[in-house]
Write a protein of this length. Structure first.
Length: 832
C-alpha cells in the first residue's frame, strides 16, 4: 500500500503545538484564575469555558502574528460582506484546525472529562438561515487555511435563528440567546467603533467657486461596535477575523434632548438604536421589505466600509490611487448592495472626488455572488422607503442609473424604451422600487452564480441584456464545503480510515480522496467502510431516541432530507412517497421493501404558512406510521427538532441516502448535497444545481437521478401545466392526496392536512411535485434494489466519498482568487 504520511508541522502561526500535560495545566489554571472555581466543584460549563480560554491562548497568538504580518506586508485582502454567518460550534473546529484535538481530548480525559460532553456545552452560533450563511462560514475557514488575507464583515445579532420546538406536531419558535452568558470566542473592540447615520434630509449648497455640493443632514446617529471572532486556518496557517457589528445608542447625540425634558424620548431612541442588531430575519429566500432590515443592511455596510477606509488610510493617507489595488469586496447576494452607493457617497461627498473617479474605484472594488433565481428572493426596496431612511443614497442611485441608461443602454439599444424599462435600476409602477440585483450588476466588475447550471440561468434568464453589455463580467464558481468540519471533525471514524488508507494530507489536499477508488471493490475495505456507517447510524439512533422518543433500527436504510423548509425543495414530494409506501403496505401486508427510516430536519420561516403545514403533516403522518403495528417497522419517520449545524454534524455521517429533490432550475447549488456525498451517502436527486456536477463526478451508477430537466420544466410551464392531469391519471397519487383530506392522520379533525392537496391541485403546483412524482418513486425503487446488494451498496457509498473532492471550499476559494479576487497567499511569520 502506498501510504503517504504527512504529520502536522511542529511550529505553526499559532506557535508550538502543546502536549496533553501542558494543556492540562492551562485548563486547571483557567479554572482557577478565569472561572474562579476548582477541579472539585467546576460545572460542565466552567470546564468548557476553562478549556476555551486555554485554546484561545493559541488562537490569539496566531491572530497577532497574522495581523502583524498582513500589516507589514501591506497585503491586498478580500472583504466578504454577508448578512449571515452560520458558524455552528467553534470548540472542536478550533482544536482540529490548531492541530491538537487529540492532545486536548487526552488532557481532558486525564482530568476526568469526556471531550464529547464538553462539546455539547456550546450553543451553536446560528447567525444565518441556511445554505447562504453556512457557505460564508466554509469560505472563511478555507481563506484562513489557504493563507489568503481576508476579513468577514457582518452583524453581531443578539438573537440568531430561532430555536424550533414541536407542540403536537406544530412548529413553535423560541428565541435563540446564544450569548446570554457570554461567548468565549469573541473579542470586543470598542476602539474601532464607528458612527452611522440614517434618516434626515439632503441640502444642496454652493461653495465659493459656485460648485454644487450635497449635504446630508442625518436624523439619527447610531454607534457600531465591532466584535472580532478569530477564524483559525487548518494546521498552522493564518488566523483571520470575522468582524461583526453591534448597534448601540450613540454617546453624545440622543441624550442632548435630556435637557429639554425629553428623557423618555431619548431612552426610546436608544432602544431603537439597539434594536438594529437585535435579531436575524428568519426568512430564507424571501425579500422582507421591512425598514429595519434595510437599516440592518446599511448599518453593517457603512460600518465595514469605514473600517476598511480607516485601515487603508493608515498606510496611504489621502492617496486613493491604491485603494482598488488593496481592497476587493465580495457581496454575498444582494443583501449588502447598499455598500455600492455608500462608497460612492464617501468618495464624492466626503473625499470630494469627481463622480468618474469615484465610480472607477467602485467598479474595481465590488464583486457580486448571486445565490437564487426565485423571484420572491430578488430584493427590491420601495423608493419611498429608501428616501426616508437613506435620502442621499437614493440620489446617488438615481445618478448611477441615469448614467447607466444614457451611457450604456441607450448606446447599445438607441431609442429602445422597452430595454430601458427592463434594465433600469428603478422599477417604475404604482410603487416605484429599487432593484438591488440590477444595481449589483452595474456596480460590480464580476458577477458569479454558484453552480454551472445556475450560472448559465443567471445569464440566460435573469440578466441576458447585462450579458450583452458586459459578457466578461459573468462567470461561474461552483460552491464547496470545508472538509475539515464536514468530514474530519464530524466523522472521526471515516477520517481515521482515510488517514490509514490514503494518507493524512486529504484535509488540505482533498483530491487525494480519489485514491479511495482503488479500494471500491476490495471486500475488506467495503466492510470497514460499512462498519463505520453502521456505528455512526447507531450513534444517531441513540440521539433520535433522546430527542424524539422514537425507536429506530440502526440496520434500516437511513434516508435523510435536511435543509430549510421550502416548497421548491419539495419535502412534500418526499412525504407523498412515504405515503405511497405506507399505502402499499396496508394494501399488501407482505409488501417487500428494505426497512427505511426517513429522517427530516428543517425550519420553516415563521410567516411561511404552507411550510409550517408541511411540517405539521410530516409530524402527524410520522406519528401514525410509527405506531402502526401493520407496518412492522418497514417505515419509520422522524422529524428531528431544531435542525442546525451541530445537528447536521450528527446526521450527515449516518446517512445512507441524501434527498436532493428540488424542482430543476430552482436550487442554485445546494451544499448539503456535497456534505452528504462526501460522507458516503447516495443521492436521490433531480438534475438541479450542483447535483448535476455531483452526478458527473460520481457517475450515473452511483446516484439516483430522476425528474424533469431544466429544459423540460420550462417546456412544461410553457405548454400550460395542469397538475390535475397527474391526479386523474395516477390512481396511487390520487388516493394519497385524497387521504390527506380525511381524518386518518388527524383523528376527529378531517381536513387538517388538506392545505397540501389544495396547493398541488387548486394552487397550480408551481414546483411540479405532481409531474415528478412517478419518476421519483422509480428512483426510490432503484435505491431499494441497490441497497439489497450489500457489497454493491458499499461500492457506491465509497465511490461517492472518493469522487467528490471537487466540492471542497478550498477549490471554490482558489476559483474566486483566480477569477475575481486576484490575491496572493501570505504565509504568516511566527514571532514569540
Ligand atoms: N440561499 Br438568496 C440561501 O440559503 N439563502 C438565501 O437567501 C439565498 C440563497 C442558498 C441557495 O438556496 C442554495 O442553493 C445555495 O447552495 C446556497 O445559497 C449557497 O450558495
Amino acid at each position: 500500500m502506498n501510504v503517504k504520511v504527512a504529520t502536522a508541522p511542529e511550529t505553526t502561526a499559532v506557535g508550538q503545538r502543546p502536549n496533553a500535560t501542558e494543556l492540562k495545566e492551562r485548563i486547571v489554571r483557567h479554572l482557577h484564575s478565569t472561572l474562579g472555581t476548582d477541579v472539585n466543584k467546576a460545572s460542565p460549563q466552567a470546564w468548557w469555558r476553562a478549556t476555551c480560554a486555554s485554546i484561545n491562548e493559541y488562537v490569539f497568538d496566531g491572530l497577532r502574528n497574522t495581523q502583524r504580518t498582513h500589516y507589514q506586508q501591506n497585503t491586498r485582502a478580500v472583504h466578504y460582506f454577508s448578512l449571515e454567518y452560520l458558524m455552528g460550534r467553534l470548540f472542536s473546529n478550533n482544536l482540529h484546525n490548531l492541530g491538537f484535538y487529540e492532545e486536548a481530548k487526552q488532557a481532558l480525559l486525564e482530568l476526568g472529562i469526556n471531550i464529547a460532553d464538553l462539546e455539547e456545552q456550546e450553543e451553536d452560533m446560528a447567525l444565518g438561515n441556511g445554505g447562504l450563511g453556512r457557505l460564508a462560514a466554509c469560505f472563511i475557514d478555507s481563506l484562513a487555511t489557504l493563507n489568503y488575507p481576508a476579513i468577514g464583515y457582518g452583524i453581531h445579532y443578539e438573537h440568531g435563528l430561532f430555536k424550533q420546538e414541536f407542540q403536537h406536531g406544530i412548529q413553535i419558535e423560541r428565541p435563540d440567546s446564544w450569548r446570554e452568558y457570554g461567548n468565549p470566542w469573541e473579542i470586543c473592540r470598542p476602539e474601532s467603533a464607528q458612527e452611522i447615520s440614517v434618516y434626515g434630509y439632503v441640502e444642496t449648497v454652493y461653495d465659493l467657486q459656485g460648485r454644487m455640493k450635497k449635504v446630508w443632514h442625518p436624523g439619527r446617529i447610531i454607534k457600531a461596535v465591532p466584535w472580532d471572532i478569530p477564524v483559525v486556518g487548518y494546521n498552522g496557517s493564518s488566523v483571520n477575523v470575522l468582524r461583526l457589528w453591534e448597534s448601540r445608542a450613540s454617546d453624545f447625540f440622543n441624550w442632548d434632548v435630556f435637557n429639554s425634558g425629553g428623557y423618555i424620548d431619548a431612552a426610546r431612541e436608544n432602544i431603537e438604536a439597539e434594536t438594529i442588531s437585535k435579531v436575524l430575519y428568519p426568512n430564507d429566500e424571501t425579500e422582507a421589505g421591512k425598514e429595519l432590515r434595510l437599516i440592518q443592511q446599511y448599518f453593517f455596510c457603512s460600518s465595514s466600509l469605514k473600517d476598511i477606509i480607516r485601515r487603508y488610510k493608515r498606510a496611504h493617507g489621502d492617496d486613493w490611487s491604491q485603494f482598488a489595488k488593496q481592497v476587493v469586496i465580495q457581496l454575498n447576494d444582494t443583501h449588502p448592495t447598499v455598500a455600492i452607493p455608500e462608497l460612492m457617497r464617501i468618495l464624492v461627498d466626503r473625499a470630494e472626488m469627481t463622480w468618474d473617479d469615484a465610480w472607477n474605484i467602485c467598479q474595481h472594488v465590488f464583486a457580486y455572488t448571486n445565490h437564487t433565481l426565485l423571484p420572491e428572493a430578488l430584493e427590491r426596496w420601495p423608493v419611498r422607503l429608501f428616501e426616508k431612511v437613506l435620502p442621499r443614497h437614493l440620489e446617488i442611485i438615481y445618478e448611477i442609473n441615469r448614467r447607466f441608461l444614457v451611457e450604456q443602454v441607450d448606446v447599445r439599444w438607441p431609442g429602445d424604451v422597452e430595454k430601458k424599462r427592463k434594465l433600469s435600476i428603478i422599477e417604475e409602477g404604482h410603487e416605484p422600487m429599487v432593484r438591488m440585483g440590477h444595481l449589483c450588476v452595474v456596480g460590480s466588475f464580476r458577477v458569479n452564480g454558484v453552480a454551472e447550471i445556475h450560472s448559465q440561468l443567471v445569464k440566460s434568464d435573469l440578466f441576458p441584456e447585462m450579458v450583452a453589455l458586459w459578457p466578461d463580467k459573468f462567470t461561474n464558481i461552483t460552491n464547496g464545503v470545508t472538509p475539515r468540519r464536514w468530514l474530519k471533525a464530524c466523522n472521526p471514524r471515516l477520517a481515521k480510515l482515510l488517514d490509514n488508507t490514503i494518507g493524512t494530507t486529504w484535509p488540505t489536499q482533498l483530491t487525494e480522496l480519489a485514491k479511495l477508488k482503488a479500494y471500491a471493490d476490495d471486500p475488506a475495505m467495503q466492510d470497514a467502510f460499512m462498519a463505520i456507517k453502521q456505528q455512526n447510524k447507531a450513534e444517531l439512533a441513540t440521539e433520535v431516541k433522546r430527542l424524539t422518543g422514537v425507536d429506530i433500527d440502526p440496520h434500516a436504510l437511513f434516508d435523510v432530507q435536511i435543509k430549510r423548509l421550502h416548497e421548491y425543495k419539495r419535502q412534500h414530494l418526499n412525504l407523498l412517497h412515504i405515503l405511497a409506501l405506507y399505502r402499499r403496505i396496508l394494501q399488501n401486508p407482505d409488501y417487500d421493501m428494505v426497512p427505511r427510516v426517513f429522517l427530516f430536519g428543517a425550519k420553516a420561516a415563521p410567516g411561511y404558512k404552507l411550510a409550517k403545514e408541511i411540517i405539521y403533516a410530516i409530524n402527524k403522518i410520522a406519528d401514525k406510521i410509527n405506531h402502526d403495528k401493520r407496518v412492522k417497522n418497514r417505515i419509520k419517520v422522524v422529524f428531528m427538532p431544531n435542525y442546525r449545524v451541530s445537528l447536521a454534524e450528527k446526521m450527515i455521517p449516518a446517512a445512507d441516502v441524501s434527498e436532493q429533490i428540488s424542482t430543476a432550475g430552482k436550487e442554485a447549488s445546494g451544499t448539503g448535497n456535497m456534505k452528504l456525498a462526501l460522507n458516503g451517502a447516495v443521492t436521490v436527486g433531480t438534475l438541479d444545481g450542483a447535483n448535476i456536477e455531483i452526478a458527473e463526478e460520481v457517475g450515473l451508477d452511483n446516484i439516483a437521478i430522476f425528474g424533469l430537466t431544466v429544459d423540460e420544466v420550462k417546456a412544461l410551464y410553457q405548454s400550460g401545466y395542469n397538475s390535475r392531469d397527474y391526479y386523474l391519471n395516477n390512481p396511487e397519487l390520487k388516493a394519497i392526496l385524497d387521504w390527506l383530506e380525511t381524518d386518518y392522520f388527524t383523528p376527529g379533525k378531517p381536513g387538517e392536512l388538506a392545505a397540501i392537496k389544495r396547493s398541488l391541485l387548486e394552487g397550480g403546483d408551481h414546483y411540479l411535485v405532481m409531474a415528478d412524482f412517478a419518476s421519483y418513486c422509480d428512483a426510490q425503487q432503484k435505491i431499494d434494489e441497490w441497497y439489497r446488494d450489500r457489497n454493491g451498496w458499499a461500492r457506491k457509498a465509497m465511490l461517492n466519498t472518493a469522487s467528490v473532492a471537487k466540492f471542497n471550499s478550498d477549490r471554490s476559494i482558489e476559483d474566486y482568487v483566480e477569477k475575481v479576487w486576484q490575491l496572493k497567499r501570505c504565509v504568516v511569520a511566527v514571532k514569540p
